[in-house]
Design a protein around this ligand. Structure first.
Ligand code: XMP
Length: 528
């Protein structure tokens, strides 16, 4: 993981050393919710690097490993001499105990998973305002057997004697539970105690402060040069457009490439909104014909994605040359992409140390790395919820700020098999009905994504006296936190009935609606 503060700005007040927990990012987000700036770094960050960075506190994350195994990730032991307060969470606590001379063992018969009431014994500093008996989320197969010298117990649970421990003198704290997850009712109180009272952090990571800093940095980076931004209409590129407009005004050119796979009315909405309403210069590129003709006869999902991706780059290169020259390309890279692409050196499944972590995800990327532009990425320090706050503060309407995610290849991967104009029109109409009805039912914001999928098979139906032989539409609605896992949304029968009736009656070429009731895993959210 990159430890460089190449953005040349704000240093983190809290550093989270990542030992491979699925919750490492969540710890960073929770700390930031207290308005304290935090970054996630590799567990292998050296004590010297940390000394230079001078955070006010360090949090050791959890992780799937056991501290006594050979390939367990360990932190630089010199960290204990930095004089910086440390909070160890789960694996992080066990590591602290082990490195400072205590003992950790497998919790034979006493492993604890799920909610457990925490019995507070010492309500000083770390556990101030953490009610005794409050629920904390446990997930561990090892326990602390002996505490290192200088440590005392702060709290226990039924199965875990040392559920929270501290060396008050050296300001080292450890908790066996996960204060960062929502199931830990007083977890955020504990995090506030650590960052404010123990580390002495100031609440200065605010949306306003971020916007001011980001604008100043972009201005310093770009000077009088021109910047190009490929606008998609999602919350990231839209927020970026607003931020850059504010920072560099007309030096910004946005380009909107219409591949022909957008939802009904979206290209018009986007152009109207950005260009006319907010006076942000957007070049509309109508590439519909190019894209659809490239997909002629293509049925394989991966091939479809590849063709769309390649064509996108071609159009982008041609059009940027035509509109340019540009020195800079703005990209809406977010902090989770930065963390992921840097890798954490720990295998999140086994918890073992690994040299490099290679991950490819379809959401990352888009444009090749070797384009002749320098990058402007002012959102690369932000989590998605922070981007939404920034977007809102800059005046983006809720309609964009809370918009459902929409895949880059758009409706093309929601038409199984070959994509044709006829099927696109059909799917656009069905998709609009789904959106309208979900919105009217007041459920839009409870649902992660709601959309229609068109299947390339025909079934028999009857309409009036006529026999029909037409396509089915699949209704796919899921709830999710981050798109990595998802459950199908439970919806009222009346709503389902309305959607089904309207689609069959109003959309030509469709005579049947079916409901997808598959969670992820094993299904994916999209059908291709
Ligand atoms: P899956 O289908 O993998 O989707 O469960 C997870 C999330 O990613 C979105 N998705 C994409 N986003 N380009 C994107 O920008 C893509 O090719 C792509 N494929 C899936 C999907 O909508 C869901 O939110």
């Amino acid at each position: 993981m990159s430890n460089s503060q190449s953005e040349g700005q704000r240093q983190p007040a809290i550093v989270i050393l990542d030992f491979g927990s699925q919750y490492s990012e969540l710890i960073a987000r929770r700390v930031r919710e207290t308005e304290v700036y935090s970054l996630v770094m590799s567990y292998s960050t050296s004590a010297d690097e940390l000394r230079q960075l001078a955070p006010k506190g360090i949090i050791l994350s959890g992780g799937p490993s056991s501290v006594y195994t050979e390939r367990a990730p360990l932190c630089d032991p010199n960290i204990w001499d930095l004089g910086i307060p440390v909070l160890g969470v789960c694996y992080g606590m066990q590591l602290m105990v082990q490195q400072l001379g205590g003992r950790v063992e497998p919790a034979i018969g006493k492993a604890e998973y799920g909610k457990a009431p925490l019995q507070v014994e010492d309500p000083r500093d770390l556990l101030t305002n953490v009610e005794s008996g409050s629920t904390m989320w446990m997930s561990h197969g090892d326990v602390v057997r002996d505490l290192p010298e200088g440590f005392v117990r702060l709290a226990h649970t039924a199965n875990t004697p040392d559920a929270a421990v501290a060396d008050h003198n050296r300001q080292f704290y450890g908790v066996q539970f996960h204060p960062e997850v929502v199931h830990s009712s007083h977890g955020i109180a504990l995090i506030r105690n650590f960052v404010y009272h123990i580390c002495g952090c100031e609440p200065n990571w605010t949306t306003t402060a971020f916007i001011e800093e980001a604008i100043a940095q972009v201005q310093a980076q770009v000077g009088q040069k021109r910047v190009l931004l490929a606008l998609s209409g999602g919350v990231d590129s839209s927020t970026l457009a607003f931020l850059l407009k504010k920072a560099i005004g007309d030096q910004l050119t946005c380009m909107f490439i219409d591949q022909g796979f957008m939802r009904k009315g979206e290209p018009e909405f986007l152009m109207d909104f950005f260009d006319r309403k907010f006076n942000i210069n957007v070049e509309y590129i109508n590439a519909r014909q190019r894209f659809i003709s490239k997909l002629n006869g293509i049925v394989d999902p991966e091939e479809k994605r590849k063709i769309i991706g390649t064509e996108f780059i071609r159009v982008f290169e041609e059009e940027s040359a035509r509109l340019g020259p540009f020195d800079y390309l703005a990209q809406g890279t977010l902090y989770p992409d930065v963390i992921e692409s840097a890798g954490t050196n720990v295998d999140r499944k086994t918890g073992e140390r690994v040299a490099v972590k290679i991950k490819s995800h379809h959401n990352v990327g888009g444009l090749p790395k070797d384009l002749q532009f320098k990058l402007v990425e002012p959102l690369r320090r932000l989590f998605k919820d922070e981007v939404r706050k920034v977007g809102r503060a800059l005046g983006l309407p809720e309609e964009i700020v809370r918009r459902h995610p929409f895949p880059g290849p758009g409706l093309a991967i929601r038409i199984l098999g070959e994509v044709t104009d006829e099927k696109l029109n059909c799917l656009r109409d069905a998709d609009l009905i789904v959106r309208e009805e979900i919105r009217d039912a007041g459920l839009y914001h409870d649902i992660w994504q709601a959309f229609a999928v068109l299947l390339p098979v025909r079934s028999v139906g009857v309409m009036g006296d006529q026999r029909t032989y037409a396509w089915p539409i699949v209704l796919r609605c899921v709830s999710s936190e981050d798109g990595m896992t998802a459950d199908w949304s439970r919806m009222p029968d009346e709503l389902l009935e309305r959607i089904s009736n309207r689609i069959v009656n109003e959309v030509r070429g469709v005579n049947r609606v079916v409901l997808d009731i598959t969670s992820k895993p094993p299904g994916t959210i999209e059908w291709e």
